[in-house]
Write a protein that binds this ligand. Structure first.
Ligand SMILES: [Zn+2]
Length: 202
């Protein structure tokens, strides 16, 4: 493997050191050792280590694909740090205040007041958010899938997925493809019930 060149300052002392210890293979070894140490420290943490130990290590998780979004660098650094903080449970929830910081607060969710306010509860378990933010998140995701499919099959769409105007119900088609958006569809295996909602069929 070809190692990257050192990005440090180019001084005389640095050049002498590079001759002895800074050979590319050594730099690569040092870099790998630092990453390994950071990884072990992260995994050893009781709270933050839950994500790598209980999620990333699952056999059905493709870590390469799961972090592809991060390598594209299409989001701001603020948003990126917030996402990683949520993944690591590093969010000041009421449950965290009650159980970890031992503060005298009610650890229940501030919206529904039914379940403990954990990161997992806020992301996907709160009944109050289910009818609003979770629906919006679902619709955004489906809209993005719609936009990707439309582009792939040469159906005209906006240059940015979130600017696409979605009319419900909507049918877009060309000579080879037909995309249905928010169309009631009968599922035979569900006793002929009709499913509605922004889902895509192609
Ligand atoms: Zn709640």
């Amino acid at each position: 493997m070809q190692a990257k060149r050192s990005m440090g300052p180019s001084t005389k002392e640095h050049a002498i050191g590079a001759g002895r210890l800074g050979r590319p293979e050594h730099i690569d070894e040092i870099r790998q050792a630092i990453v390994k140490q950071h990884n072990e420290t992260w995994r050893g943490k009781q709270l933050h280590g839950q994500f790598p130990n209980k999620v990333l290590d699952q056999a059905n998780i493709d870590t390469e694909l799961s972090f592809k979004w991060n390598k594209k660098q299409q989001i701001s650094s603020n948003l990126e740090s917030s996402i990683f903080a949520i993944q690591d449970n590093a969010v000041m929830t009421r449950q965290h205040q009650r159980d970890i910081l031992k503060e005298s607060v009610d650890g229940k969710c501030r919206l529904c007041a039914c379940k403990d306010e954990t990161v997992q509860h806020i992301i996907s378990g709160c009944d109050i958010l289910a009818g609003t933010h979770y629906v919006k998140r679902h619709n955004n995701l489906v809209q993005y899938v719609y936009w990707c499919l439309a582009k792939k099959h040469r159906i005209e769409v906006s240059s940015l997925w979130w600017k696409e105007k979605m009319i419900q119900p909507q049918v877009k088609e060309n000579e080879s493809t037909k995309i249905l958006w928010e169309i009631a569809r009968t599922h035979r295996h569900h006793c002929n019930t009709q499913q509605t909602g922004p889902n895509i069929y192609r």
